[in-house]
Design a protein around this ligand. Sequence first.
Ligand code: HEC
Length: 199
Amino acid sequence: MRFSLLKNAALAFAIVALPACGAEKPVEPSDADITAAREAAAALGGTLKARLLAAIAEGGPISAITVCSEEAPEISLAVSTDKAVSVGRTALRVRNPDNAPDEWERRQLEKFAAAIEDGVDPASIEYAEVVTSGETKTFRWMKPIMMDGPCQLCHGEEIADDVRAAILAFYPEDAATGFKFGEMRGAFTVEKPISDTRS
Ligand code: HEC
């Protein structure tokens, strides 16, 4: 009898204590934000690839480097404005130090790489989270970018000497070479500040 009373007391305490913890419960990413992130990544990826292929066909890989160096940031900005999110690209090994991952992005990139290594289909991988930092909540989303044919010209294992030299002239600290076909090159990364939904 005494034992069960104690048990009930503990239960009552747990029920009272729960709502207080509940106030801090994580916010789930919304479907609308996930859709916007997917659209922004697809628009950035699609536009960049089309521009890249056209430039390579027109003037070869060296002239196409400026598509990446000059147009990539411009296209990112235009898509970000259009989709009301901030979209960019990042990687564990970057060409442009401005694209280096922050701690959260690095964690996701490492998880993506491990999942792909374990045989998970890269096309099925994406990750969304609402990250809280102090009073600020940010929707964050990432999706792997894989190496395919034309990428080899500038990120592959065997890069022509003149292309290599042109890349190094723009990016002396380039670490984004030596990738194999079908390997993860990096990821799209999307951010959007969200208003507090606790009220
Ligand atoms: C003509 C050379 C060239 C080709 C081809 C090319 N890239 Fe790049 N890539 C670059 C340059 C230059 C940058 C740096 C862009 C910048 O300054 O933001 C870059 C940056 C990136 C980044 C951002 C992270 C980083 O390293 O700074 C990713 C991801 C990427 N490329 C993926 C790809 C993929 C996938 C393909 C194939 C579809 C591809 N690239 C084809 C030259 C190229």
